[in-house]
Design a protein around this ligand. Structure first.
Ligand SMILES: [Fe+2]
Length: 316
């Protein structure tokens, strides 16, 4: 019990004060935006991560298993550009489309970011099989790819500073049709990188990062989740995260499967909108509802983290 409590506190101190170069504005910002509930479990995965995957931005030469992606970038680009030309990325702007309800990426919609899923943690999208068969063929030969999508950041678009909650995978970007301009960039742990057509980037999404496209052309990339290289204990521990990610399958079109999170989230959003109206008419009731929902979610997540740590102690 004391060991677990010490590990939880220690991991949060490490994530807040020592990991990487980019720092939070204060502890309050870390608590609100840093997903502290996931920090202990993420730190367990860092412990078992192989040295080549520990920096914020990895040396791509040390990941030869991904070579066939960047070598075939022109084939992949052709399918992505054709998809874009026929409006394949427009579905998320339609609230009637299930594609809009993406619990993992919804906060990025605000400034124009959009996406088209190719596959996601064991499921290959039927719509992608129809529109992007060559890309799927290339992806299918790389077992380390857990999920893939095309993503577009339009001129003037941005992703505000954040980190992703779970350390399940590393993130791979491949420039397909980009501005090739330093004004279109991502900052990862205070290191700036500008996309270039045909050039890969591999980084850890649990370091602070943000992106801007201040150029005058959209940025089109292939974005993949790559299995975090770890020892066998790390892979065993990562299993619950992978199950969690399987639940977050989001369809592009009606042809595709919907994950549990997508179904739940599409039901919850109209309720959330109603609750915003409640905020205007009865603030006390709104706050009671908000704290009950948030508290329940936190308890569920805390239970999952606790079970994971108990499991590790049992394992070692
Ligand atoms: Fe991110």
């Amino acid at each position: 019990m004391i060991v677990i409590a010490a590990f939880i506190v220690g991991s949060m101190i490490y994530a807040y004060a020592y990991r990487g170069d980019a720092r939070w504005a204060g502890f309050g910002e870390y608590v609100r935006k840093g997903w502290p509930l996931f920090t202990p479990f993420n730190c367990l995965l860092y412990l078992f991560t192989k040295p080549r995957a520990r920096p914020a931005i990895m040396d791509i030469q040390q990941f030869p298993e991904l070579k066939s992606l960047h070598e075939n970038w022109e084939t992949i680009r052709q399918e992505a550009v054709e998809l874009m030309a026929v409006g394949g990325f427009d579905q998320i702007s339609n609230k009637d489309s299930a594609s809009y309800y993406d619990i993992g990426f919804r906060t990025f919609y605000k400034y124009g970011w959009t996406k088209f899923y190719l596959n996601w943690y064991g499921y290959t999208h039927t719509s992608a099989q129809r529109t992007c068969p060559k890309t799927l063929e290339i992806l299918s030969k790389i077992p380390q790819v857990n999920g893939a999508m095309f993503s577009v950041l339009p001129p003037g678009g941005q992703l505000t500073r954040h980190l992703d909650p779970v350390a399940c995978s590393l993130r791979y970007h491949l420039g397909l049709d980009t501005p090739n301009d330093d004004r279109c960039y991502i900052s990862i742990d205070d290191k700036r990188y500008s996309w270039r057509d045909g050039e890969p980037l591999l980084f850890d999404v649990t370091f602070l990062h943000f992106a801007h496209n201040d150029a005058d052309k959209p940025r089109l990339i292939l974005m993949c989740d790559i299995d975090r290289p770890m020892s066998w204990i790390g892979h065993v521990l990562n299993w619950p995260y992978k199950m969690l990610m399987k639940a977050t399958v989001v369809p592009n079109t009606d042809e595709d499967k919907r994950g549990f999170a997508n179904r739940t989230f599409s039901t919850l959003v109209p309720l959330l909108e109603k609750s915003k109206r409640l905020k205007e008419t009865n603030l006390a009731a709104y706050k009671a509802l908000k704290y009950t929902v948030n508290g329940t979610l936190m308890l569920i997540l805390a239970g999952i983290v606790w079970l994971g740590l108990e499991f590790l102690i049992w394992l070692i």
